[in-house]
Write a protein that binds this ligand. Structure first.
Ligand code: ATP
Length: 661
């Protein structure tokens, strides 16, 4: 910390502490027993403690729901936040006047109560009402701030696992903000203890009935002895205890014992299920159909997935992959169209099933483990939500944990897991209730190489053995090939590739598909030269030529795809106007698998790769920054029309798939 900060911090702490120290130094400690044993002091202390406890209970019962409501976004919430915090800024005497206007004998509500024989003003109940009025905002504002800074997505996860709103609140929302509630309660209690002005105005000062400790201190100031100091220091002591108590929840958290499973013990054999574990329901896998639009996102997708298929979804950033996951999970409604999951119409005109009713499980790159629960409770959660007896839920959860190699982590807190462990626990929690549909949204993206391959192996095992219909969003082509029985590529909210991973990679029809397959893809507008050969302008007076582009008309957008092996390299400059001979600059040279990949940069064009032998590289003596000439063999260039959706059927007929018209 910088020295000036320490200086200011010390001055500020001293300013708050020293007056109390000086006050303590003037207390006649020998009078302590006499003052404490006096009726007036004993009555005041006892009344203060009783009324503060009652006011705190009311604060908690009324304040926590209000804080939850204020932490959400809805129309008018801003105005209500201001109104709720207003009593914080009011002088206590004004608060007392307001309470008299409401609950006094001639007050708006008080006169109604009088009709039923209930008098509030100048009773102990008035003391409690005054304390609640001035302390409630402290609790609400503190809890609301804690709620607004809570981790995002956990409540949505709980809902998608089947929890109803009350369970989400009780099991997830409130446990996350326990320290905030404790802090708010302590501040409210401290405010109750110190309350003076509103109480005096609204409740008066009747010994044993409304004369609280602060009022007693005030009255004692009139007397010549130092009773006020003794009573004052008692108040300081009680307040100190209250404030210190707020530190307790954080310190008092249960520490998980080492032997409760610090060794995750997830060896390869740990993925085998024990014979005793039964499935929740022997559900058959179901097919999935999505046909719909989300207009704001320019998303218009139509896909059908067979029962038990694993659909790998790939595409650039912003292509619409997460939108698909949101539409399926129920966190986003279609503007038009249908989502059909087995026999459940999850989204259609006039019918929208919220996440908890869909039986869809989602595992994303943030595993969203409930940190305040044990690992076992996390995995049992979807079953408890479905009304399973606890013992059965725990037994089934333990079996799922064993299948993902995490059984020995069962007793650990959710917040004590590594990324790889959390991903496996999230998978166990998703599969434990035999979901209709499993959505994996980049489940390994946030993991290191080792954890990623471990989770990948478990995914392969679990998807094969469970046969759950799965949508896997991934940026990793190896993951898509390994897990996917089918692959689609999304581009600008449309399906531009659809087939088995092998088909898509063997004959891609989009630039993204080409890049996945390791092909070069150069986009442009088709020209037909005088000699009838299709070409695209690649800038600088150069062109790239294909042998044919049947079905694509001149002037149409087109992508030329070719393997890096189809590019011949020579050093020096282009001589004459050789077809498809393009001047380039060497950007990068890398070696893998006994071949050399040369990354080529062009003045106004997409870079592409050439692949040559090490001997050819030695002969050409090319290094980054050198000029070279790339010649692409026209017969090895495939012309693909751009911007059309495809189907597996179209891909089965290569000539048509090529043209996509
Ligand atoms: N909450 C939102 N409101 C409006 N538009 C959004 C919202 N979220 C995403 N979009 C837009 O919808 C389109 C699709 O986004 P989406 O998140 O589905 O892409 P993605 O393929 O999942 O991308 P990434 O790989 O980066 O996660 C993008 O144009 C994006 O800007």
């Amino acid at each position: 910390m910088p020295w000036w900060l320490v200086l200011f911090a010390s001055a500020s702490a001293a300013y708050l502490v020293l007056p109390l120290v000086f006050m303590g130094s003037r207390v006649p400690w020998d009078q302590f027993p006499a003052v404490l044993s006096s009726d007036e002091a004993a009555d005041a202390l006892s009344l203060s403690l009783k009324t503060c406890a009652a006011a705190l209970a009311i604060d908690l019962v009324l304040g926590v729901p209000l804080a939850v409501a204020l932490s959400r976004d809805w129309r008018g919430v801003g105005v209500l936040r201001v109104l709720v915090a207003l009593p914080l800024a009011l002088p206590p005497v004004v608060a007392g006047i307001a309470l008299v206007a409401a609950f006094g004998r001639r007050g708006v509500l008080g006169s109604q109560l009088e009709a039923f024989g209930v008098t509030v003003a100048f009773t102990t109940a008035a003391v409690v009402l005054a304390q609640v009025f001035v302390s409630l905002p402290f609790l609400v504002v503190t809890v609301e701030a804690a709620l607004r800074s809570r981790p995002r997505g956990l409540e949505e996860t709980a809902a998608s696992l089947g929890a109803r709103p009350t369970r989400v609140l009780a099991s997830v929302t409130l446990p996350m903000v326990v320290p905030g509630v404790a802090r708010g309660a302590a501040l409210a209690l401290a405010r109750c203890l110190g309350e003076f002005g509103a109480t005096l105005t609204f409740a008066g000062s009747l010994q044993g009935i409304t004369r609280t400790l602060p009022i007693q201190v005030y009255l004692a100031r009139e007397s010549a002895d130092k009773t006020d100091l003794v009573l004052g220091i008692i108040l300081v002591g009680v307040a100190a205890l209250v404030v210190a108590a707020t530190e307790m929840p954080a310190r008092g958290r249960r520490r998980v014992r080492e032997e409760e499973g610090l060794d995750d013990g997830g060896g390869p054999d740990a993925v085998d299920a024990p014979q005793s574990v039964q499935h929740v329901e022997e559900k058959a896998a179901v097919p999935l159909r999505v046909e719909g639009k989300v207009v704001e996102r320019g998303w218009d997708v139509s896909i059908e997935v067979g029962a038990g298929e694993v659909l790998a979804v790939m595409g650039h950033n912003g292509a619409g992959k997460s939108t698909l996951a949101e539409v399926l999970s129920g966190s986003l409604a279609l503007d038009s169209g249908t989502v059909q999951i087995g026999n459940l119409t999850a989204d259609a005109a006039g019918a929208f099933i919220p996440p908890r009713g869909r039986g869809v499980a989602m595992v994303s790159q943030n595993p969203r483990i409930f940190e305040h629960m044990t690992v076992l409770a996390n995995v049992a959660f979807p079953l408890v939500c479905r009304g399973f007896p606890r013992a059965q839920a725990r037994r089934l959860a333990r079996g799922q944990l064993r299948k993902v190699g995490c059984e020995r982590l069962a007793a650990r807190r959710g917040g004590q897991l590594s990324g790889g462990q959390a991903a496996r626990v999230a998978l166990a929690r998703a599969l434990v209730f035999s979901p209709r549909l499993l959505i994996l949204d980049e489940p390994t993206a946030a993991l290191d190489v080792e954890a990623s391959s471990r989770v990948g192996a478990i995914l392969v095992d679990r998807l094969k053995s469970d046969g759950t219909t799965t949508v896997l969003v991934t940026h990793d082509v190896a993951e898509a090939v390994e897990l996917g029985t089918r692959m689609i590529v999304l581009e600008r909210g449309r399906v531009v590739e659809d087939g088995s991973p092998a088909e898509v990679l063997a004959r891609p029809v989009s630039a993204f598909g080409a890049s996945l397959a390791g092909l070069n893809a150069v986009a442009g507008v088709l020209r037909i030269d005088g000699d009838g050969l299709p070409s695209i302008d690649v800038g600088g007076g150069q062109e790239l030529t294909a042998a044919e582009a049947s079905g694509i008309a001149a002037g149409q957008p087109v992508t030329f795809m070719f393997a890096p092996e189809a590019v011949a390299l020579s050093s020096g400059k282009v001589v004459g106007s050789a077809r498809s001979s393009l001047p380039a600059t060497v950007e990068r040279v890398s070696t893998a698998g006994g071949l050399v990949t040369v990354r080529l940069r062009f003045p106004n064009r997409t870079p592409f790769n050439a692949r040559i032998t090490p001997a050819a590289l030695a002969e050409l003596a090319l290094a980054p920054g050198d000029e070279a000439v790339a010649t692409v063999k026209a017969t090895q260039v495939r012309a693909v029309g751009a911007g059309r959706s495809v189907s597996t059927a179209a891909r089965g007929r290569p000539a048509e798939a090529d043209t996509l018209t």
